[in-house]
Design a binder for this molecule. Structure first.
Ligand code: SF4
Ligand code: SF4
Length: 59
């Protein structure tokens, strides 16, 4: 998945629900590890601002 950094408020909701622990929250941004993320969509459903974009994994 991708995070729209303009929309993201770094609320940590995605990181706290991610079953794979693929989101790292820093002081300035939420960073997805796309090696770990499997695009399951769980974070997409909890993001309060619609900043998460789920996409097919490029192989
Ligand atoms: S799509 Fe799933 S695996 Fe990827 S960051 Fe979101 S909750 Fe985690
Ligand atoms: S849930 Fe949405 S707003 Fe919150 S840190 Fe994740 S991407 Fe950013």
């Amino acid at each position: 998945m991708k995070i729209d950094k303009e929309l993201c408020g770094i609320c940590q909701a995605c990181a706290s629900v991610c079953p794979r622990n693929a989101v790292d929250i820093t002081e300035h941004e939420a960073i997805v590890d796309n090696q770990t993320c499997n695009n399951c969509g769980v974070c997409f459903r909890v993001c309060p601002v619609g900043a998460i974009i789920i996409e097919e994994k490029a192989s």
